[in-house]
Write a protein that binds this ligand. Structure first.
Ligand SMILES: Nc1ncnc2c1ncn2[C@@H]1O[C@H](COP(=O)(O)OP(=O)(O)OP(=O)(O)O)[C@@H](O)[C@H]1O
Length: 519
């Protein structure tokens, strides 16, 4: 694969094209070298992917550009202006025409489209200082037209599809930009957990913005997307610049190799045969919330996938099993006995474990060390004769961290200081060590890099050999193909298809999720 070297010289032939140039950017956190002398440039009007394994420094770089975290060293050139990377503030970043859309909380579901576009910016007011709603609505409609967003000004954002919500967040970020031709839009994992159709919608929009002259940098772990949309891709490894690769020179294997520094053995991943273990869990005619009628059974050691669009009932199903939502009708059994957990605690006592999609909000203590976050579900193991054995707990954590490839300065590092993908690994490790009878996973590898993903699949599979059964919800159909023996397709709260064996392919799943029925 041809590698385009780092930074064109400021006076070189390509200089006109370079709209943002980063030079010698470094940042350390205690003993962690998050960025080490990183230099690269973005060309005007291109879509540039920022890639790298978990903890390679992508978010740190973005936070420095946004002015929320100072670099230890480095310079940033935007057009003719030069900035010292150790002292960028959010205002300076804005003046430099840099705009950011972060993965989470970029829109407010409970507010209208118009309110989302105006909050933080200010609403137009009349002479008496009251909000002039008709002007606000007109301005909103103009923005919706300009960004080609299919929504109404007074529509609630929670009613919009996920891609449309992201497009709205982009419109919000860009609405007051002086000049799209010098503008740089930075998106942090905009596609994680978006189903394929939504990704297509978003990509169409990004291509349009780039064609208008906007420069776009986006972070992703999905290399298939990079091949589809990126003009260039820059790879970081352990905080260092590895390469910038041009479109046409990229291959998926080549990118993986740049990421891990060696070719990654392709693991077949697909489970051989349908397990013949006894049925451990059954659901019969479940209704309530998004569920209209769901029946299925799960065998011991089986990995069952659930595919469906947002709103199909996929997360409600896991929440019902875990005692977070009560079904209005229907029965569940576990090990032949009725299962009707009224609380998550009751579900855990019965042998269930649940890793939610929004794991940081619901599943972790950001201020506590990694050790505490890993040990949380097995604390009893470290009490002996009324004494808590911290050393045993820490040694155990170190072992689990190495088994689950968690990259952190030590087991005492604050959980919140870990990179997103590493936080996910800690939470998975925590629940897998409990050896639950049933493990419920919602988007288990969201934000986890391709290398670690394969290892996590291996660890999930190992757990099934010890008797755990797994139900996994994922919007990545390839993940379901690799991990599961059988997949149920949910549409509007009903199981509309069940596929296994040779039929279990990502393309087929996508078709079924979009509409076709099999049962
Ligand atoms: N506030 C902080 N305190 C201590 N260490 C930090 C802090 N922020 C980041 N780090 C460390 O810096 C390194 C780079 O993290 P960063 O979040 O930039 O990685 P990333 O490439 O975005 O990873 P991911 O793909 O998992 O999101 C990691 O080792 C991380 O633990």
């Amino acid at each position: 694969m041809l590698v385009v070297e780092g930074v064109p010289r400021p006076d070189g032939p390509d200089a006109q094209q370079i709209v943002l140039r980063i030079e010698g950017m470094s940042k350390t956190f205690g003993a962690t070298r998050a960025l080490v002398d990183v230099s690269f440039g973005l060309e005007r009007g291109t879509i540039h992917a920022l890639l790298g394994g978990n903890g390679s420094g992508k978010s740190t770089l973005i936070k420095i550009l946004a002015g929320v975290q100072p670099a230890d060293a480095g310079r940033i050139f935007v057009g003719d202006s030069e900035f010292d990377a150790t002292s960028i503030t959010p205002d300076v970043s804005r003046e430099a025409n840099l705009r950011f859309v972060h993965q989470q909380n970029s829109t407010f579901g409970a507010l209208s489209v118009a309110e989302n576009l105006h909050i933080g910016r200010g609403f137009e007011t009349d002479a008496a200082g009251r909000i002039a709603w008709s002007r606000v609505r007109r301005r909103t409609q103009a923005l919706l037209d300009r960004f080609q967003i299919h929504a109404r000004p007074d529509q609630l954002v929670s009613e919009l599809g996920r891609a449309t919500q992201t497009m709205l967040a982009i419109a919000r970020a860009l609405q007051d930009q002086e000049d799209a031709h010098t503008g740089i839009l930075v998106l942090d994992e905009p596609t994680s957990s978006l189903p394929a159709v939504e990704v297509d919608l978003l990509f169409d929009a990004l291509r349009r913005y780039a064609a208008e002259g906007q420069t776009i940098m986006f972070v992703t772990h999905r290399f298939d997307e990079v091949l589809e949309i990126a003009d260039r891709a820059t790879m970081l490894r352990d905080g260092r610049f590895v390469a910038t690769v041009a479109r046409g020179e990229m291959t998926e294997d080549g990118l993986v190799e740049l990421m891990v520094g060696r070719a990654l053995a392709r693991e077949s991943g697909v489970a051989e045969a349908t397990p013949t273990g006894e049925v451990v869990l059954t659901c019969e005619g479940l209704r309530g919330g998004a569920l209209r009628d769901v029946s299925f059974s799960l065998r011991k050691g089986e990995i069952l996938g659930i595919a469906g669009l947002l709103g199909s009932g996929r997360s409600t199903l896991l929440q019902t099993l875990f005692g977070l939502t009560r079904p209005e009708e229907g029965q569940m059994t576990l090990g032949g006995r009725p299962l009707a957990p009224e609380t998550p605690r009751a579900a855990m006592r019965a042998g269930l474990a649940y890793v939610p999609e929004d794991r940081v909000q619901h599943g972790a203590f950001l201020e506590l060390p990694v050790t505490d976050n890993i040990g949380l579900t097995v604390l009893g193991r470290y009490f002996r004769h009324g004494v808590f054995h911290h050393r045993a707990e820490r040694a155990d954590s170190r072992r689990v961290m190495s088994e689950f490839l968690v990259k952190a300065s030590s087991e005492r590092a604050r959980f919140g200081s870990l990179s997103g993908g590493n936080q996910q690994k800690v939470i998975l490790a925590r629940w897998l060590r409990r050896e639950p009878r049933i493990l419920l996973l919602d988007e288990p590898t969201q934000g986890v890099d391709v290398g670690a993903r394969m290892e996590l699949y291996g660890l999930i599979r190992e757990a099934t050999m010890r008797g755990t059964s797994v139900i996994v919800v994922s919007s990545e159909f390839e993940e379901l193909e690799r991990l599961c023996e059988r997949v149920l397709v949910l549409q509007r709260g009903r199981v509309t298809a069940e596929i296994r064996g040779d039929d279990l392919q990502a393309d087929r799943l996508e078709q079924l999720v979009q509409g076709g029925t099999d049962r």
